[in-house]
Design a protein around this ligand. Sequence first.
Ligand code: FE2
Length: 135
Amino acid sequence: MLADLFQEEDAARHMARQLMSIANRSREAAAKERPALLEFLQGPMERHMQYEERSLFPKLEDRGLGPEVDVAKKHHIAIRELREALEKAAGDEEVAQLVFDVARLMLHHTNFEGDYIYPELDADDWRELLEETIH
Ligand SMILES: [Fe+2]
């Protein structure tokens, strides 16, 4: 289970890096990635964030990690704002910029949680997080 979740994290990091490099190379190519990226943000990423907010963050706040949780919550708000902007964006230029911005923020957020949040989880927390994210 833990290995699965780490693989998911690695996959998310890999995807974010790929998207950033595509956006740097070609605006048209980045714009073509929008549907798949939106599907990911609306599905697995949204479920992951909701589970963290509902079940994990309160536990971590109880364990004295309020400041770290506040940072992670701000990332979630910003990721959703970028998602909404990406849903509405028109034109390859704007879409490519938003693809880059949301990918960079996902990478940053994943690294932040990996460094400051996930080390505090116990085995049950991990199992629930994984189940909620993929189902
Ligand atoms: Fe998160």
